[in-house]
Design a protein around this ligand. Structure first.
Ligand code: NAG
Length: 323
């Protein structure tokens, strides 16, 4: 995915004929800004907030693209002004970096995208002060592991959607004091199979028939959770975190301590993805994620074994979060 982002950027640069160093500097600023936004609102656990992430996670790329359209010598000013106005979407500690945006130094010899992360004071690169300030503030707030996460996941982009989905699912499970789920190939295959079926279903998605052989493992019914949506789709691993967070956020409607009973069964439809996520007795999972190319949308299928959400099992299997 990173590759295509870079290619798109390359195209814009070629047609707009903007000073190359300014152009490159903007890319670095956008990277730094989005990385901070990502860590603060999506990666950081358990203080994740999908909607805050979506507010700052994409806008800066748009600003860069718009700035490049100007291509008449005002692009740098446009970029600085518009990006400054986005700074209030980050936690207030970052505010002090804003003033550095204006002191952009467009000249550079050679720079790479992770320079702000590894800045030892030697290299010069465009918008250096600003990007470096963001990274230093991130490190001050969350320690060196935050910079490492940015480097691993955003610069090298080594995590898949389903990898992030599993990681986040198990983080939520740990918060409820239950064992992590293990991936099972058979469940993954079944999930993939059903995903392909859904993709052929004309932009609609629906629960599978629970008697279908595809829903069985070792002769027993498996649990199913579905999702569809366009979660900042160009950053694939991020979609996995956001999907898991969305499912988990159904906790707000879950009736602790009595759980789902005959009386409040109406609530079930609003919380079933949360309850399956943290269901104690479930041990295995298989995830599949696929694009509905014609529908500008994405679909996720998850299968669980043993199945969660069994009648009468809620109190025992859905534990309250640990303090
Ligand atoms: C940049 O700022 C101008 C003027 O304040 C505004 O009209 C425009 O929508 C902004 N562009 C972006 C991408 O935020």
């Amino acid at each position: 995915m990173r590759l295509s982002a870079i290619l798109v950027f390359g195209c814009i640069a070629a047609t707009a004929a903007v000073d190359k160093s300014t152009d490159f500097g903007m890319r670095m600023v956008v990277d730094a800004y989005e990385s901070v936004c990502w860590y603060e609102y999506l990666k950081q656990f358990p203080n994740t907030d999908n909607s805050a992430y979506q507010k700052c996670g994409t806008q800066s790329s748009q600003i860069q693209a718009d700035a490049l359209e100007e291509a008449d010598g005002t692009e740098k000013d446009y970029f600085i002004k518009n990006l400054s106005s986005e700074m209030d979407k980050l936690p207030s500690d970052y505010e002090e970096c804003s003033s550095l945006l204006a002191s952009a130094t467009p000249d550079y010899k050679k720079a790479s995208r992770n320079d702000p992360l590894k800045d030892g004071g030697q290299k010069n690169y465009p918008f250096r002060g600003f990007s470096k300030c963001l990274m230093k503030t991130l490190e001050k707030r969350h320690g060196p592991q935050a910079l490492k996460a940015v480097d691993d996941e955003r610069i090298s982009g080594s995590k898949s959607v389903t990898g992030a989905l599993l990681e986040r699912t198990n983080q939520w499970r740990a918060l409820h004091g239950v064992e992590p789920l293990k991936l099972l190939k058979d469940l993954e295959e079944a999930a993939k199979e059903y995903t392909s079926e859904l993709v052929m279903m004309d932009c609609k998605y629906k629960k599978s028939n629970s008697n279908h052989p595809n829903r069985k493992y070792k002769g027993k019914k498996t649990g199913e959770v579905l999702d569809s949506g366009n979660y900042v789709a160009f950053k694939f691993a991020d979609s996995g975190y956001q999907i898991a967070n969305n499912w988990y956020n159904e906790i707000k409607d879950y009736p602790f301590p009595e759980g789902i009973t005959e009386e409040n069964i109406k609530v079930y439809g609003k919380v079933s993805r949360f309850t399956q996520t943290v269901w104690k007795n479930t041990e295995y999972v298989g995830f599949a994620y696929s694009e509905f190319t014609d529908c500008n949308n994405f679909v996720t299928v998850a299968r669980y074994y043993p199945t969660g959400n069994t009648k009468g099992g809620f109190q025992e299997n859905v534990l309250p979060p640990k303090e």
